[in-house]
Design a protein around this ligand. Structure first.
Ligand code: GTP
Ligand code: MG
Length: 454
């Protein structure tokens, strides 16, 4: 058994060895065969494809290798290496953003500078305008101050002083002895003056009586006696104080109806009077009762605008009485202190026109019992003696209560006022010595005489 076993063991080892060699050879042959096949151009497609990770032969172009960032050491060695595209895009976007920011900043700076320059120009313009306005206001203030001051009564009476009064002062101021020749010269002078025959006669009689009574030693005393007598006449011999005064505020509304011939100065006097009354704190309503002349209403409206008083107007050609009635009614409803009613200028010799004025007066009385409280007759002193005739007619028709004597600045006939007061015994309320508001002066007999004999 043992030899058998020995044989068997030796044989088995040999067989195993041989089998291993054969197997190795087989495998090597197979591998060789496979390589040859693959190298051959028409290699059999049925052969299983080699795994992708181990290509044997690149039949197709190899796919792009994955982008791998170069190792820093290698990048330093290749400076031209371009950064990946998205990095470049980010950088470009960043550059563009920065550039845009710079442009924006620059634009804003330019805009700011333009704004500042514009503001500087505007400020310079505003300063120039303010300076101009200040100069204009100063000039206007000067004009206003001059206008407010108006002419003095003395300046307003310059022409009258240059006429009748200059001759009177020449006669009585030159150191002549008071004899018959002086009295004869005085007679001529008084009768050629515009004081009216009646008043001239009365003044001469007074002087003669005093000379007879040896009450006058010289022409200077004669002059003084004349001044006293004229003051007495202008003060209506004391009766003026007893007459109803011009008293706005006494009743409310205090209604004034203003009358007179064409162009005597009614509307202007109303405007000046309204300004004075407003200055004194009275509220005023104006009634445009002159519906006859187209521009009359506008003229009154201009004054109303200037003084800040409401004006009641009718249509052109409307009934003047109804316009005045409406104005007085407005005065009642608004509790105004004064209503000033303008009327159309008319010839005192035209009866129908005077009748129309009477109707206006009656209708005003219907609006407020007792009104008009003043019928103010406006007389143009340049009319001289004719003014006395007008006054008589208007007084007869309307019972005039006060006078305004206008345009004394434009005439040498200022002496007419003495005749008017002497003949009609009507109080002079106002005298006009110019066209501005301040040129309407409240009348004072003593002041007037002083200015006349200056
Ligand atoms: N110099 C001077 N002019 C005056 C005076 N009063 C009025 N006037 C002027 O006289 C002119 C006539 O004045 P108005 O107020 O229109 O006269 P009116 O009486 O209303 O005239 P009618 O409405 O047409 O009847 C105007 O140019 C006035 O400026 C004055 O006292 N002095
Ligand atoms: Mg008028």
């Amino acid at each position: 058994m043992i030899p058998l076993l020995d044989f068997a063991a030796n044989d088995l080892a040999g067989i195993g060895l041989i089998a291993a060699v054969v197997l190795l050879l087989g495998v090597a042959g197979l591998r060789l065969l496979r390589r040859n096949r693959q190298d051959a151009p028409g290699a059999d497609a049925t052969w299983p494809k080699p795994p992708a990770s181990r290509p044997i032969a690149p039949a197709q172009p190899a796919p792009a290798p994955p982008v791998v960032a170069p190792a820093p050491a290698r990048a330093a060695k290749v400076p031209e290496a371009t950064p990946p595209p998205d990095e470049e895009a980010r950088k470009e976007a960043y550059r563009q953003k920065k550039e845009q920011e710079r442009l924006d900043k620059e634009r804003k700076r330019q805009e700011r500078e333009a704004d500042e320059a514009q503001a500087r120009v505007a400020a310079a313009l505003a300063a120039a305008e303010a300076e101009e306005a200040r100069a204009t206001a100063l000039a206007a203030q000067r004009v206003k101050a001059q206008a407010e001051a108006g002419k003095t009564l003395s300046a307003g009476l310059e022409k009258t002083r240059g006429g009748f009064m200059a001759r009177l002062n020449g006669l009585l101021g030159g150191g002549r002895t008071l004899d018959d020749s002086v009295l004869a010269d005085l007679e001529e002078l008084l009768f050629t003056a515009d004081i009216g025959v009646k008043t001239a006669t009365a003044l001469l009689e007074m002087v003669r009586a005093k000379v007879r009574a040896r009450a006058l030693a010289d022409p200077a005393q004669l002059k003084q006696a004349l001044k006293v007598e004229i003051t007495r006449i202008l003060a209506l011999d004391g009766a003026a104080a007893a007459l109803p005064p011009f008293a706005p505020g006494q009743v409310r509304p205090w209604v004034v109806m203003v009358v007179g011939v064409n162009g005597s100065g009614k509307t202007t006097t109303i405007g000046k009077l309204a300004a004075k009354l407003k200055d004194a704190g009275h509220s005023v309503v104006l009634g445009a009762g002159d519906t006859f002349r187209a521009a009359a209403g506008e003229q009154l409206e201009v004054w109303a605008g200037r003084v800040g008083a409401p004006v009641v107007r009718g249509k052109n050609g409307a009934d003047p009485a109804s316009v005045c009635f409406e104005a007085v009614q407005q005065g009642v409803t608004t509790k105004a202190d004064v209503v000033l009613c303008d009327t159309a200028g008319r010839l005192h010799t035209k009866a129908p026109l005077m009748e129309e004025l009477k109707k206006v007066k009656r209708v005003i009385a219907k609006a407020v019992p007792g009104a008009p409280h003043e019928v103010l007759l406006v007389l143009d002193s340049t009319n001289g003696q004719n003014a006395i005739a007008q006054a008589r007619q208007f007084h007869e028709a309307l019972q005039v209560t006060g006078l305004a004597l206008t345009k004394l600045d434009g005439t040498a006939k200022g002496g007419v006022i003495i005749g008017i007061c002497d003949e009609l015994k009507l109080p002079v309320r106002w005298v006009g010595v110019g066209e501005t508001v301040a040129d309407l002066k409240a009348f004072s007999p003593a002041e007037f005489v002083e200015a006349l004999f200056e």
